[in-house]
Design a protein around this ligand. Sequence first.
Ligand code: G3P
Ligand code: CA
Length: 248
Amino acid sequence: MLGFLSSRPRPLIAAHRGASAAAPENTLAAFRAAIDLGADVIELDVQRAADGHLIIIHDPTVDRTTNGRGAVASHSLAALKALDAGGWFNPRFAGERLPTLQEAVETVGSAAGLFIEIKQGPVFDDGIEAVVAAVIREAGLVARCEVSSFDHFSVRRMKDHVPEVACGILYEARLIDPFGAARLAAAEIVHPYWALSTPELVEEAHRLGYGVVVWTVNDPEAMARLAASGVDAIVTDVPDVLRRVLGR
Ligand code: G3P
Ligand code: CA
């Protein structure tokens, strides 16, 4: 998995929504900050605007992370682009915009890999995977990204569109059979909430050929413990802290 980063040491440092402690989450400023802070991978969340364009934002509404109101899916791309996505975090980021996936890909370039999380619910968008797949193919990203979702139907549809892209299942409950769930979704990677990851889970994952990506880990002691257990990547808001913990 993540062959494009095979030359980098494990665990990979993955910046959650970019370096989201240093800059407003899921903005180009956060992605640039993550690269500056030494992240191997940028994690971001993708949804669709009312007119079908891909937009990078975490919540189903724009209320928390912009100066606008309402569901993401009720706004056109132009309306989303008119929102301020930085001022809520700090006035010095005022004017920062919600990026499209294409803009995020161009900004990150070859400086880091991408964990693209497809956000689904409360409205389920069965057409988003085809649009994400087109961006991945056109940008030549197949070998430089991984696609994940809490919606395992979405992961499986992604695989149907681009079988060669690495895919992962996100989960935050204690699944009886996480690898069975991954198999049903055609995923090669499991993304447990960090507290669900044990050395036994990691060992079993690797024995079966699955990668393990844990999220979201900001506590240095937990980072050290998870790194020692052999996880493949740690998703964090503070990539600089993780880098120090890993001695890089
Ligand atoms: O990397 C997984 C993590 O991003 C999932 O949680 O809610 O921050 O998207 P969330
Ligand atoms: Ca996410």
